[in-house]
Ligand binder design. Structure first.
Ligand SMILES: Nc1nc2c(c(=O)[nH]1)N[C@H]1C(S)=C(S)[C@@H](COP(=O)(O)O)O[C@H]1N2
Ligand SMILES: [Mo]
Length: 322
C-alpha cells in the first residue's frame, strides 16, 4: 500500500477541487476493476477540500476496501440522515445537529477489559494511522449510499484495552445533549441510543471506528466526532456520537431491539431473503442515483461483504437470528 507523506503537496493545493475529487472516484473504480497499476501513483493521498467548512482529516486510501460503485454525492451523504436525537425527518439532523457540542469529547472504555480507561478524542485520533475506506451503507428502510469513510478498525482500540476471558459482546452508548437534541423527548426509542455487536463482529477488520468522511472530520449530522460503521449490517447498528464502549459477558439489548424486537434483531445483518415484517428487503434505492423511475438495485447478501463475514454465522439460522 502506498504511504501518505505529510510533506508532499495536497492534491487540493495543486488541482481544482472538482477535478481531483472526480479523479479519486475514477481511481476507486479503476483499481477495483484491476486497472489500477498505471494509476497507482495517483492514489497515494486522499485529502479533501475544505469548501463545506469541515477540517481536513488526511487518510491513506486502503485499497482493500474500494468498490466499483460510484460514491454518493457528499451533499446527499450530509443532508439525508437518520439521527433520531435530532428528529425523525431526514433533513432534521443537518438542520439541527450543528448545535451539538463535540469538543471536548472522550470515550469511556469499560467492562470486561484488563485496562479500562477514558480516551480523549485527540488520543483516539492518534491511536492508529487514518485510512480511507469506501463502504456501502444499507439502511433498514430500503435505501443505500456509498461513502468514503475515514477511520481505523475498532479492533485496534479493543486490543489496547485487553478484553478478558469473559468478553463476549461490545456495547456502544451514544451521547445525550437534551438542550440541543429535541428528539430525546420522543418515545420512539430508548435513550441513550445503544447498539451492540458480538465480540468477533466487533474485532472484525471491516468494523470501522470512524472519524471522518470524504477526507474531512465527520459533520455533526453524520455522528461527530466518533461513530461506528459496520458495513455488512443495517445502518442502525452504526451508532453515532459514541461516548462509551462497554465490553460485556451478557448480550446487551440495543435500543431498537428494546422497542420493537419483532422488527429489529440483535444481528441485523443485511439479508435480501429475510423480510422486515412490514416490507421486503430484496431491493434498495441508491441515494443520489437517477430519479423516481430509476430501478431499485438488488440488495446483496451481507450487503456485498459475504466473502469476508459469512463464516461468522456458519451454522446459524439467519431467519431466526435476524
Ligand atoms: N446515535 C444515533 N446513531 C445512529 C442513528 C440514530 O438515530 N442515532 N441512526 C442510525 C441509522 S438508522 C442509520 S441508517 C445511520 C445513518 O448514518 P448516516 O446519516 O451517516 O448515513 O446511522 C445510524 N446511527
Ligand atoms: Mo437506518
Amino acid at each position: 500500500m502506498a504511504s501518505y507523506r505529510f510533506n508532499q503537496p495536497k492534491p487540493s493545493e495543486i488541482t481544482p477541487e472538482e477535478v481531483w475529487v472526480n479523479r479519486r472516484r475514477f481511481i476507486s473504480a479503476g483499481v477495483a476493476a484491476g486497472a489500477g497499476v498505471a494509476l497507482a501513483g495517483l492514489a497515494d493521498v486522499s485529502v479533501a477540500n475544505t469548501s463545506a467548512g469541515g477540517r481536513d482529516l488526511p487518510a491513506q486510501v486502503n485499497r482493500d476496501y474500494l468498490l466499483m460503485d460510484a460514491t454518493t454525492p457528499e451533499k446527499d451523504v450530509t443532508s439525508y440522515n437518520n439521527f433520531y436525537e435530532f428528529g425523525l425527518d431526514k433533513s432534521d439532523p443537518s438542520r439541527y445537529a450543528g448545535k451539538m457540542v463535540t469538543d471536548p469529547w472522550s470515550v469511556r472504555v469499560e467492562g470486561e477489559v484488563g485496562k479500562p480507561g477514558t480516551f480523549g478524542l485527540e488520543e483516539l485520533l492518534a491511536l492508529e494511522p487514518m485510512q480511507e475506506r469506501v463502504y456501502r451503507l444499507r439502511c433498514v428502510e430500503g435505501w443505500s449510499m456509498v461513502i468514503p469513510w475515514v477511520g481505523y478498525s475498532l479492533a485496534s482500540l479493543l486490543k489496547k484495552v485487553e478484553p478478558t476471558g469473559n468478553a463476549k459482546y461490545v456495547e456502544f452508548v451514544t451521547d445525550m445533549q437534551p438542550d440541543v437534541m429535541p428528539g430525546l423527548r420522543s418515545r420512539v426509542l430508548e435513550w441513550p441510543y445503544r447498539e451492540a455487536l458480538r465480540m468477533d463482529e466487533a474485532m472484525h477488520p471491516l468494523t470501522l471506528l470512524t472519524f471522518g468522511l470524504y477526507g474531512k472530520v465527520l459533520p455533526n449530522q453524520n455522528g461527530a466526532p466518533v461513530r461506528l460503521v459496520v458495513p455488512w449490517k443495517y445502518g442502525f447498528k452504526s451508532a453515532k456520537s459514541i461516548v462509551a464502549i462497554r465490553v460485556t459477558e451478557q448480550q446487551p439489548t440495543p435500543s431498537w431491539v428494546a422497542v420493537a424486537p419483532q422488527e429489529y434483531g440483535f444481528y441485523a445483518n443485511v439479508n435480501p431473503e429475510v423480510r422486515h415484517p412490514r416490507w421486503s428487503q430484496a431491493t434498495e434505492r441508491r441515494i443520489g442515483e437517477g430519479g423516481f423511475f430509476t430501478p431499485r438495485r438488488p440488495t446483496l447478501m451481507f450487503n456485498g461483504y459475504a466473502d469476508q463475514v459469512a463464516s461468522l454465522y456458519s451454522g446459524m439460522d439467519l431467519a431466526k437470528n435476524y
